[in-house]
Design a protein around this ligand. Sequence first.
Ligand code: 6CS
Ligand code: FE
Length: 304
Amino acid sequence: MQTVHDPYRTRLTAASQPIERQEPVIHGNKSGPLSQAQLQQFDEDGFLFLPDMLEPHALAALQRALAEVCHDQQLKHLPEVVTEPQGDAVRSVFRVHELHSTMEKMTSDPAFVAIAEQILGSQVYIHQSRINDKPGIVGKGFNWHSDFETWHAEDGMPKMRALSVSVLLTDNEPFNGPLMLIPGSHKQFYPTLGETPKANWQTSLKAQQVGVPSPEHIRQAYQHGGIKMPTGKAGSVLIFDCNVLHASAENLSPLPRRNLFFVYNSINNKMNKPYGAETPRPDYLAERTPYPVSGRRQRSVLAI
Ligand code: 6CS
Ligand code: FE
């Protein structure tokens, strides 16, 4: 556990007030694919939804890759594959950019890398990648959280200088458990109550208990920003800041909600020791050695 001054103390034993974000949302003023208006929206809301971004052949290839990864009998027993709390339906598969070349290609698409570099103001590397399969009927939800809170406490991410790209691989409808976000919530850090249990990730990835903001803080954030639920067609893309509060409900519909996520972190924001846990999580959840993604050798498959 870290002893140096930490502006984002969390996993506390007593309730604590929200803390003002210390870092900007847009780092520097690099040019890139996003317009000034899009950057401003990302800055204000903490996310940006880009409908119908993927070329159809690229979407089809990713959907095939997802099926291969989720149903591979050899991968099944890897710790990267997380099943739903009850039963053996696949909930998430981590480190997909190293498990499948199509996924790897997507994470190094020049347009995505350029967007990440534009927002984060430096070269970037993949901190984490995953599929959330959220199967129909049995797919459970994700409690309210800030990703940064977990990455700071359990992985040692020092600053808010990372973002997630979510590629919708099935249509995200209001009824199949799409992501909900609280616009503007990324400007505050909501410290959470409760010490991190040993090897927390073994249970937290099925159902998160620790690192969840208090109902009072969620209410406060909601009163300020409301809730947005960006739904849309497969092939759409959601980009969101590492500290925006988000959650999603269980999927009682028969239609799966399959999303690919990958997290770009600034190469200047390397992991330290965890700020709120005894030992860092395994590499398949949090890369500790930054290999910059260059994204310059291939043609982009994005319509931007
Ligand atoms: O623990 C994590 O790193 C992951 N858990 C959630 C619920 N969101 C972000 C991240 O993939
Ligand atoms: Fe999350």
